[in-house]
Design a protein around this ligand. Structure first.
Ligand SMILES: [Zn+2]
Ligand SMILES: [Zn+2]
Length: 335
């Protein structure tokens, strides 16, 4: 059996203390129903840092992180038939769902209690090869580059799900609080569908970036919005933003919280949520989100913002991601 190089997490520690080690692992064999993928690019996500640092429990010793995977089908397991060798595929955060529970049976596999996640329950993409059940791989298009596709697998698909959760319609107004790779995908999808987008962000750099990406209005947190919002999304994990955003929502407006964890939320004035305003959080992604987003990404020529790095740069890049020093999404070339 051949060997491959991989970055392995054996113990959890602050990312500055470099808990990752470069190792040689056996190249995995695809189980029945699975395909093996030769990884070409893999994006770095904040979730990778949360797992490495212990904010999320370590579910397997010697874990390979990474769930923004783009590669080439390299080997077909028994009983597969969806892909051909050499075909370009993507692997995202949802690695597998049970298919039998009430959530899976009602188009909500993102809520499946038995769901397994790439680069957490099973090895991910910071290695030369990985495996996935063929039903959970995404068919990818050749018109976008391996680098541009990698961040689409997480911020892209997750951003699309937050957008869907807002239920905003063409002609309505959507507010985005915070501006990074995920928000930039939401902005592009919303604009492509005729939704007016207001972006509220702190840094001058992000104000400029959101303007360039076509936002209808951009300002910082102290500015007054030109009009009330039919829906809003909060991206930073700051619970103290919630009440202020609710105060800007139109009657019946919907606020979607994108972070996995958030500081405490206090709503002191009931008037801010009165008149059927609602708050909903985002959890994971479904295959439907991925399929729909990737189709729009191709048709509307959605742009990714990213910086690329070599395989050996990963530990240092993770520190830079944590410090917010990457322009857009960090993408690692796996060679
Ligand atoms: Zn992610
Ligand atoms: Zn299920």
């Amino acid at each position: 059996m051949g060997m491959m190089k991989a970055w392995v997490l054996d113990h959890q520690a602050p990312i500055e203390m470099n808990p990752l080690a470069k190792k040689n692992l056996e190249i995995p064999e695809p189980a029945p129903g699975e395909i093996r993928v030769k990884v070409v690019t893999c994006g770095v996500c904040r979730t990778d840092i949360h797992i490495a640092e212990g904010d999320l429990p370590l579910k397997q010793a010697s874990l390979v992180l990474g769930h923004e995977i783009v590669g080439i089908v390299d080997k077909l397991g028994e009983g597969t038939g969806r892909f051909q060798l050499g075909q370009r595929v993507g692997i995202a955060w949802l690695h597998k769902a049970c298919g039998a529970c009430k959530f899976c049976q009602s188009d909500r596999e993102n809520l499946c209690p038995e769901a397994m996640f790439t680069g957490w329950d099973v090895n991910g993409g910071f290695a030369q090869y990985t495996t996935v059940h063929e039903d959970f791989a995404f068919e990818l298009i050749d018109s976008l580059s391996f680098e541009a596709l990698a961040p689409m697998m997480c911020p892209g698909i997750a951003g699309y799900r937050t957008y869907r959760l807002t239920e905003v319609k063409p002609g309505e107004t959507l507010g985005l609080y915070g501006y990074g790779p995920t928000a930039s995908y939401v902005l592009q999808v919303a604009r492509a569908q005729g939704v007016k987008v207001f972006v509220v962000t702190r840094s001058e750099k992000n104000i400029k970036a959101a303007r360039e990406m076509g936002a209808d209005w951009v300002g910082n947190y102290s500015e007054t919005l030109p009009e009330r919002l039919d829906a809003a999304i909060i991206f930073p994990p700051a619970g103290d933003l919630v009440e202020g955003v609710l105060a800007n929502l139109e009657r019946g407006g919907r606020l979607v919280l994108s972070p996995v964890a958030m500081t405490p939320i206090t709503i002191r004035d009931y008037n801010h949520i009165w008149m059927e305003r609602s708050i909903i959080s985002l959890a994971n992604i479904s295959r439907k989100d991925g399929k729909e987003f990737l189709k729009i990404a191709q048709e509307k020529k959605i742009k990714s913002l990213y910086e690329t790095f070599g395989f050996d740069d990963l530990p240092e890049v993770m520190v830079r991601v944590k410090e917010g020093k990457i322009r857009g999404n960090a993408v690692i070339w796996i060679d």
